[in-house]
Design a protein around this ligand. Sequence first.
Ligand code: SF4
Ligand code: SF4
Length: 166
Amino acid sequence: MTSPAQRACGGCTLCCKVMAIEALAKPAGSWCGHCKPGGGCAIYAERPTECEDFACLWLASDLLDEGWKPSRSKLVVTTSDDGVEIRCDPGSPNAWRKQPYADDIRAWAVEGEHNDMTVLVIVGRRMILVTPEREFDLGIVGPDERIVREMEGTKVVGARLVRESA
Ligand code: SF4
Ligand code: SF4
């Protein structure tokens, strides 16, 4: 696959580990059973639409430099309606704390405070909301839970989980 930034996945398959694939009931943070060791999808022609449609931010744009290639950084960045999500390989759970990634993530949080954009680090099913001054470790977040931020002006001063059905 070739992206607008003229990038290609190459040997990277990290999204096949970190993303949940609903059509396959594959949880986030564990390898898809169809991912071949050494790269590639064993059911490429018949892979689910959500796989076919997926492109991480590194692949889809040139906003992230080469160092952010997921196979190298161990981090898969995507955007959501709320902001930026950084999915970290659970096999390297502290990859997001390494440089230059930690500084970039913090810079996005500073920008997010001005643009009402959340910066969320996801390690398996554990989620950490990153703000300019601190981190809110939300622990394991269930599929029926969402994050509610407590704000003072544009600053996040608290974060908690609520059940969608509540
Ligand atoms: S994480 Fe990005 S670069 Fe890696 S395989 Fe998936 S889409 Fe390609
Ligand atoms: S079906 Fe293929 S593309 Fe989709 S997660 Fe599994 S290995 Fe990756």
